[in-house]
Design a protein around this ligand. Structure first.
Ligand code: BTN
Length: 333
């Protein structure tokens, strides 16, 4: 699959036009400031116009920014929103992909650095945890994967998923004002219904993580079951009663994720993350059913271990689970 061309000229031109705050900027000034030929500037403007940006162009006078595209998932706009963040440059966008994990892993294998984002409007075979699929219809959802080189041991990789879950929770709160619940390890729920799923895949050898790819799927603007959401899922639009700007949410998650991953750096960083996650996680203190290959176990979720595993008090002992499917059980009073 060909990787879309990275057009950083486009972003630079867009920056300059936005900085001019509605004033016309001459082609000559853009060329001088950005060290580009007139033809390159013109090509960048034309490409932005094709993406749906409203940019007036007046002969002799120059170019004027007049409006953003209707497409709320425009990758250039996400990059603009992340101007002061080292991650999200570039945001590679496809209208349709099998799974955003595939090109992201391919790029990571080829040495792509931290924070590169693969984003799609829809996925044909979106992947979920534990070999499940992730329904990924167009327009309403958010599907993206981020390349990360976390400073951690392979057996701690679950911590990265906990960081990602808290990052999404923060981002949803900052964009919508909704405080979602975290279900271990990395589901994001609203009143028990799923809003977001996170899948972290990793390439490692003993003692060394080569790279991780964290894929995030958010039910943003889907309308209930009409867009393929399961009965146990909901969307941000259903909760708030209005559509959210998907690009703004993507940018906010990436910003939060960058901050969260920066905090992993050392041992005390990991401990801080576990303490924070333990406080926030809705699973802790609940009776849970853990589904394992060899059967089911019921107990009280009582903590998070050093590697992000769930600790469950099963009466006779405390058991720890690294990857498992868990159900929160209702307790009768
Ligand atoms: C889960 O809860 O089972 C995890 C779902 C993860 C879905 C996202 S959507 C973007 C990325 N691409 C995929 O194919 N899966 C992840």
């Amino acid at each position: 699959m060909p990787i879309p061309k990275i057009n950083s000229t486009k972003i630079s031109v867009l920056h300059e036009l936005l900085d001019a705050e509605g004033e016309t900027v001459s082609g000559g000034r853009l060329c001088k400031k950005l060290g580009l030929s007139r033809q390159s500037v013109w090509k960048a403007v034309r490409s932005l116009q094709e993406d749906g940006y409203k940019i007036g162009s007046l002969p002799v006078k120059g170019y004027r920014f007049q409006g953003v595209p209707d497409n709320d998932l425009d990758p250039s706009w996400i990059e603009i929103l992340l101007s002061d963040c080292p991650w999200g440059h570039p945001v590679l966008f496809w209208d349709k992909l099998d799974s955003t994990q595939i090109p992201a892993k391919d790029l990571a294998r080829r040495g792509a650095p931290d924070g590169i984002v693969v984003l799609a409007n829809c996925q044909i075979s979106g992947r979920g945890r534990l070999g499940r699929s992730w329904v990924s219809p167009p327009l309403g959802g958010i599907y993206f994967s981020v390349i990360i080189h976390p400073a951690m041991q392979p057996d701690q990789i679950q911590i990265l998923s906990l960081v990602a879950a808290m990052s999404v929770q923060n981002a949803i709160f900052s964009i919508t004002g909704i405080l979602c619940q975290l279900k271990w390890p990395n589901d994001i729920l609203w009143e028990g219904a799923k809003i977001c799923g996170i899948l972290t895949e990793v390439s490692s050898e003993p003692g060394l993580v080569h790279y991780a790819v964290t894929g995030i799927g958010i039910n943003a603007n889907m309308a209930g079951n009409s867009m393929g959401l399961e009965a146990t899922a909901t969307s941000l639009a259903s909760i708030t009663g209005h559509k959210i700007h998907r690009g703004e949410l993507v940018a906010s998650v990436i910003r939060q994720l960058h901050l969260g991953v920066a905090g992993i750096g050392n041992g005390s960083g990991v401990q801080k993350i576990i303490s924070e996650y333990t406080l926030r996680c809705n699973t802790i203190g609940k009776m849970v059913r853990v589904v394992l290959d060899e059967g089911e176990i019921t107990g009280k979720a009582c903590g998070i271990g050093d590697r992000g595993e769930l600790l469950v008090d099963v009466g006779s002992e405390i058991r720890s689970f690294t990857t498992a499917d868990i159900t929160h059980l209702r307790t009768c009073h």
